[in-house]
Write a protein that binds this ligand. Sequence first.
Ligand code: HEC
Length: 145
Amino acid sequence: MKRTIFVASLLALGVTAAIAQSNVVEQRQQLMKEMGAQTRPIGAMLRGQEPFDLAKVQAGLKVFAENSQKAQSLWPESSKDAPKTDALPAIWQNKAKFESIMTELHQDAQTAMSAIKDEASFKAQMPQVLQNCGACHNDFRKKSS
Ligand code: HEC
């Protein structure tokens, strides 16, 4: 009897851990998706394919600043082998570098929020913010096939 209860609670614990694991993966992917959605109009403005729009740029920077901060804590080692993640094991081999790029994105986005006032300052400042996305994805995210 005791044994059955013990096994049942172990199973329950396992299920809870699996749910927690898939939640952090979903949460961080959601934060990333929101940032990805902001890079579309911003990229088009950088290439001159869309007219410069300061309000859209500032809204995008706010998402980068907030989401990079929220995402900082969503990489527990237990999520390394989660089935649906594109996160590479390199994150947990070099956590300091990974976290520093995330912090860099947060800081660069905040700096750009006060520095960008017009199209010229947008073109000067924005690439610095966006290069953090690629810098991290290169080392720490599975290449999409
Ligand atoms: C410090 C590292 C890091 C930074 C900085 C970063 N990303 Fe990511 N990104 C990742 C990782 C790792 C994944 C894979 C997450 C997963 O699947 O668990 C990812 C996934 C994504 C995805 C796919 C989400 C999905 O599953 O649908 C998009 C889109 C994305 N990132 C956009 C961005 C943009 C845009 C920026 C910059 C504004 C950015 N990322 C900055 C590490 C980073």
